[in-house]
Design a protein around this ligand. Structure first.
Ligand code: PLV
Length: 325
């Protein structure tokens, strides 16, 4: 990223989690992307992308499960241009409200993100708005990569994590993290890529050996709900330069992780983030070590706390009832 570029994101804290470290048996660091002004890591990539096209920017249109939209709305407001955010009907009302509070015009189209995206692409043409993709663009990945550069600075010289834990929706975060690992020379660090069952387009592609499109999104982790993973994320999974371990948790495990994280770390995140956290709380990390797929000892574990705004206590209660945890 250019040094003269105005930065919309914050340099987030890297926090050691005593509770998680005890569970995993090694130091766990939390990269607190939930503390970004838009509530998630998305602002890194979207801020960077919008900055690159600033001169020609008259207004933006973004299709989103919620958080890319929050980032686009925030950046647009700061740049003084209007934002239209297209969300699917599966996005909870609280997301619509929060987007409107950011000054965005919200349009609800279709059932899942892919439907909303088709409408955003149409609006970009007819309304002459700049289309902001939520996960599939090299500028987004370049922007997201700053999160790893910051971790390298926080950890200090000669320190690198033993593994990185992320959630995967459309794969933008994964591509950004890999870009960041390349930037700091940590390409040998394995990545654990987490999804929920029913929002598992990356896992399905890895299993099939090709990019495939899911019939539907049946998970409640709606912000992981892209039906097709971006090509770049799939290509990384096929490339022997990186170790990417693709794993799934149930919605119940993701929700339980959200609750445990709230109790232990006093931070509320949405289920999309809970999917990654569940890898720690469900014992998956140790299982992978047991299977020899992660090294023992691991060294430290870096958890990307991607955050998310699609949650409040009312929504948490609603999800609990729906999933009966
Ligand atoms: N959410 C996207 C895509 O939704 C969105 O429009 O907001 N964690 C959180 C809190 C997220 O919001 C997302 C993406 C992810 C993780 C996964 O990131 P990705 O899509 O870059 O893999 C359909």
């Amino acid at each position: 990223m250019g040094t003269t570029e105005k930065q919309f994101h914050l340099n987030t804290p890297l926090v050691e989690s005593v509770c998680m470290s005890k569970l995993v048996g090694t130091t766990v660091y939390l990269k607190m992307e939930n503390s970004q002004p838009s509530g998630s890591f998305k602002i890194r990539g979207i801020g960077h992308l919008c900055q690159q096209v600033a001169g020609e920017l008259k207004g933006v249109v973004c299709s989103s499960g919620g958080n890319a939209g929050m980032a686009a709305a925030y950046v647009a407001r700061k740049m003084g241009v209007p934002a239209t955010i297209v969300v699917p009907s599966s996005s909870p009302q609280l997301v619509v409200q929060r987007l409107q509070d950011q000054g965005a015009t919200v349009k609800i189209t279709g059932k899942v993100w892919d439907d909303a995206n088709a409408e955003a692409l149409r609006l970009a043409k007819t309304e002459e708005l700049t289309y902001v993709p939520p996960f599939d663009h090299p500028l987004l990945w370049q922007g997201h990569a700053s999160m790893i550069t910051e971790v390298a600075v926080s950890l200090g010289p000669n320190m690198k994590p033993g593994a990185v834990l992320v959630s995967v929706g459309g794969g933008g975060l994964l591509c950004g993290v890999i870009q960041g690992l390349k930037d700091v020379g940590w390409t040998d660090v394995p990545i654990i890529a987490m999804e929920t069952e029913g929002a598992d387009c990356f896992n399905a592609a890895v299993k099939a050996g090709r990019v495939i499109t899911l019939d539907d999104i049946t998970s409640e982790a709606k912000c992981l709900g892209a039906r097709t993973v971006c090509k770049k994320a799939f290509e990384y999974s096929q490339c022997s330069d990186f170790t990417i371990i693709s794993e799934l948790v149930t919605d119940q495990q993701a929700l339980l992780a959200v609750e445990t994280f709230l109790d232990e770390e006093r931070v509320l995140v949405e289920m999309a983030c809970g999917a990654a956290l569940a890898a720690v709380y469900s014992g998956l990390i140790q299982r992978l070590q047991g299977e020899g797929r992660l090294p023992t000892p691991l060294g430290s574990l870096l958890v990307i706390v991607c955050g998310g705004s699609s949650i409040d206590m009312k929504q948490l209660t609603h999800l609990k009832l729906k999933l009966q945890t």
